[in-house]
Write a protein that binds this ligand. Structure first.
Ligand code: PAF
Length: 278
């Protein structure tokens, strides 16, 4: 396994490989990440992974400094998976003095996570753009859990004519339905038990939709009612949106819907979604 910290060394080592499947991460790896790496390796022959907690996608009041980090454990997991290339840059390597460019998708800040976290997606798009330029992967793999991130990355790649194919894999869940996330490690045992309410709310809307309810308001109301059952949960938003534009739907149409929510359990902010076909 090649563990590399500089862009120059990464480019040199990468040149020895042909097709590369790339999984960008912020580390503190879980089964969701590992399943993306297995898919990358299976489909491209070689897997590359980056571990970089990207400061530009965190607002000043967010959890950049306390975001969970355990590089030793991550590297052990990557070695077990047989990942060939690991890129672990310092902040100064990615954003050296004088760095002054940003990739901005203004529409992303108008809806869902973008509306709740202004500038977050500019930080994501900028770092993913840099990583794709450095790694030059054949395919890059993202989890459906960060639904808006996948929409933003796909649009950036399309708009900027980047040659990498973007692959989105299903969300990996715990036995009770909680979507795997590095941030789950912040939850106390009581909060962890309460956090299963997110998936219960999503599946309630999914079932209602399957039974014929097409009105966005009816589906959003169903999610809010389930969330109200859990005293530790403080919903930030519930959404039934068009899967491409991410605009709220009055009525679910032929494109289906992205049903999503953001909920605080204690101080921990959790997000999840289900993508529903028409
Ligand atoms: O999903 C994440 O972990 C991050 O947003 C990503 C894609 C690695 C960019 O920092």
């Amino acid at each position: 396994m090649n563990v590399i910290t500089t862009v120059k060394d990464f480019r040199q080592t990468r040149a020895g490989f042909d097709r590369v499947g790339f999984v960008p991460t912020m580390g503190y790896l879980h089964e969701g990440h590992l399943s993306l790496m297995r898919q990358a390796r299976r489909e491209c022959g070689t897997a590359a992974v980056s571990i970089f907690v990207n400061p530009t996608q965190f607002a000043p009041h967010e959890d950049f400094t306390r975001y969970p980090r355990d590089l030793e454990r991550d590297l052990r997991l990557l070695a077990v998976e047989g990942v060939e290339l690991v890129f672990v840059p310092e902040v100064g390597e990615m954003y050296p003095e004088g760095f002054g460019t940003a990739v901005v998708l203004p529409a992303a800040d108008e809806v869902l996570e973008g509306a709740a976290r202004p500038d977050h997606f500019s930080g994501v798009a900028t770092v993913v753009c840099k990583l794709l330029n450095i790694v030059q992967p054949t395919r890059a793999y993202f989890g459906q859990k960060d639904a808006q991130q996948t929409v933003v990355v796909r649009q950036m790649v399309r708009d900027l004519n980047m040659p990498t194919q973007i692959v989105v894999a299903p969300t990996v869940r715990e036995a009770d339905g909680l979507a795997m996330s590095s941030r789950n490690s912040y939850l106390t045992p009581k909060q962890r038990a309460a956090a299963q309410i997110l998936y219960r709310a999503l599946t309630a809307a999914q079932e209602l939709l399957a039974s014929g309810e097409r009105h966005g308001d009816g589906l959003r109301q169903a999610m809010s009612e389930v969330l109200a059952d859990e005293p530790l949960a403080r919903p930030e938003y519930v959404s039934v949106a068009d899967p491409l534009t991410l605009r709220e739907l009055a009525e679910v149409g032929p494109r289906g819907a992205l049903i999503s929510l953001a909920v605080r359990v204690g101080v921990v902010r959790l997000i999840d979604n289900l993508l529903i076909d028409a």
